[in-house]
Ligand binder design. Sequence first.
Ligand code: FES
Length: 296
Amino acid sequence: MKVQMTELESALQNLWSDGLYKIILSNAIKKESEGAAYRKVVLNRKTNGWQAEQYTEKQVFHENLKADQVRPFVEQALEQAFRQCSGWDGEWEHTIRISKKRKVTGSKKRVAATQAPKAQTENNRKKHYLLEEGTIIPPLVDMGIFTAEGKIVRTMYDKYRQINRFVELIDDEIDALPADQTIRIVDFGCGKSYLTFILYYYLVELKKRDVKITGLDLKADVIYACGPTPMLRALKAYSQEKGILCYLSLEEKMACGIGACLACTCQTKDVDEHSQVHNKRICKDGPVFLAEDIEL
Ligand code: FES
C-alpha cells in the first residue's frame, strides 16, 4: 500500500524549518536479511549542505547532499524504507511515524535545554574538521584514509581525527605569520613523512600560502653497505651525487683469505704495494673500503 503523500508532505512541512540541524530515519520497514539497504540514517547539517550517515549492522556509509536534496531524500526514505523520522531544530524535537497500514502521524515536543545544545555541539564539532570529508585530498587518499571519492574509510577514522588535530595546531599559529612572506619549514623527516604532505596540502591548497619545505635526514651522514655489486655500484653513485660518505664491504669474493692467491682483488685508484698495480686484496686490505677509493 502506498503512503498518502499529502499526509507525509504535510508532516514534513511541519518538521521542516531553517533551524533544522539533525534528522534521524529509523524503524526500517524491512530487516537487512529481507533486503533493506540500511537500518538507520542520520542526517547532519554541515557548512555547505548536509551529510547522511547510512548505517548497516556493521558499517556506516557517508553521502553528501546539497541543501535542496535533503527533503526529497527524507521523503523518499519514508515512502520506501523507514517508518519513523525525528528532526531537531534546537527548540523542538519533531517526530513523524508511519504505521504498518501506512498511516502518517506527526508530533513535536519541546527539547530539554540539556539535550538540544549537546546535539548542536556535536554537529558543530564535525564542521570544524579542517580537512573535511567529501573533499578530495590526495595525501589522505594515498594513505588509505579517504576513498577516491573523499569519504573516510571507517577503520581509519582515528587516524583522520589525529591528522586533523595536527593541522589544527598548525592553524592556530599560521595566521600570526606575515601573509606576504614565504613560510619556510624544516622537516626532520627528510620531507617524506605523511604529515609533511598533509602540511603542504593544507598550507598551499587551502590557506594559499607561499611555502618552502626543506627535508633534512640526520641519519644519512654516512652510508655503510654490503651486498651484490650492482647495488654497491648504485650506492657509490648515489653517495657521490649527494656528497655522502660511503663505506662498502666487498667480502663477496674470497678464496685463500690470507692474501696469497690474489683471487679477491678489486680495482682501486691507488697502486697496491704488494702487486704494484691498481688493485687491492679484499681479504688483506679490506674488506671495507671507502667507496671513492675503489672501482666497481
Ligand atoms: S682471498 Fe686470496 S688473496 Fe684474498
